[in-house]
Design a protein around this ligand. Structure first.
Ligand SMILES: Nc1ncnc2c1ncn2[C@@H]1O[C@H](COP(=O)(O)OP(=O)(O)OP(=O)(O)O)[C@@H](O)[C@H]1O
Length: 246
């Protein structure tokens, strides 16, 4: 569980996150959404403790994240950064193994299957496609088995089937009791898969709650500049957006 109170983060002269109050419960998948520059990455980095806030507090599993050592944070928080950089040409299995605490081969095998890379386990990551590399890094995160999983744009570079597959994996991790928070740009997928969404606008939380409560026509218009509505259909929630931005 993560509790955020009165959080303000400045980057240089920019107030990137302001007055954020939020609670992210274990066992749920949260989507952090918002236009470019609205503060999603900054919020996620503040939740990891990598950014020191100007004001406010982030409590992870009951502990002020700022008071935790790096090792204590690493035991509690798994983080997939937006930059998918890998410095060395390790094999896919070695990348996933880096996420485990003790090189647990059963976990490595399970995760390789989850991210669909079991047949590429021995391939060097430099020879992978962009989406395969993204899935290898996701595998490293999943292998941590940390109670809190923070993912910055985990669907970036993935094809439509894998975007859905990854959201199903994240839902499954939430069902296993993890607190899962992912920044997402696809509002339709966020509505379909997330238990709750945190809508960011200019560094502030514009709406927070179940997709059907947060994605109102007003929020879609005012925050995203889009005309649309969320409908409940046989398949679940479906977001219908007009082709043209407002
Ligand atoms: N290193 C930096 N120096 C100055 N300003 C920054 C820096 N990093 C971020 N910002 C500013 O902080 C604000 C929030 O940025 P952030 O990256 O958190 O947005 P975001 O919602 O993740 O955007 P995107 O959807 O484009 O990834 C923006 O106004 C951005 O320009």
């Amino acid at each position: 569980m993560i509790e955020v109170s009165a959080l303000e983060v400045r980057i240089g002269a920019t107030v990137a996150v302001a007055s954020v109050e939020a609670r992210f419960d274990a066992g749920r998948l949260y989507g952090v959404v918002g236009p470019n520059g609205s503060g999603k990455t900054t919020l996620i980095r503040a939740l990891t403790g990598l950014l020191t806030p100007e004001a406010g507090e982030v409590r992870v599993e009951g502990h002020d994240v700022a008071s935790l050592s790096l090792a204590q944070r690493a035991a509690r928080i798994g983080y997939l950064p937006q930059e998918r950089t890998i410095a060395w040409d390790l094999s896919v299995a070695e990348i996933v193994r880096l996420g485990t605490k003790d090189g647990n081969e059963a976990v490595v095998g399970e995760v390789l299957t989850q991210v669909g890379l079991e047949t590429l386990a021995n391939r060097g990551v430099f020879s992978l496609s962009g989406g395969q590399r993204a899935r290898a890094l996701l595998g490293r995160l999943l292998a941590t088995r940390c109670p809190v999983l923070l993912l910055d744009e985990p669907l970036m570079a993935l094809d439509p089937a894998w975007q859905r597959q990854v959201l199903l994996i994240l839902k499954d991790m939430a069902a296993r009791g993890h607190t899962v928070i992912a920044s997402l740009h696809d509002l339709g997928l966020a509505a379909q898969f997330c238990d709750a969404v945190c809508v960011m606008r200019d560094g502030r939380v514009a709406a927070f709650g179940a997709p059907e409560q947060a994605f109102t026509p007003e929020v879609l218009a005012e925050v995203f500049g889009l005309s649309g509505e969320l409908r409940t259909e046989a398949e679940g929630l479906a977001l219908h957006l007009a082709a043209r931005p407002l």
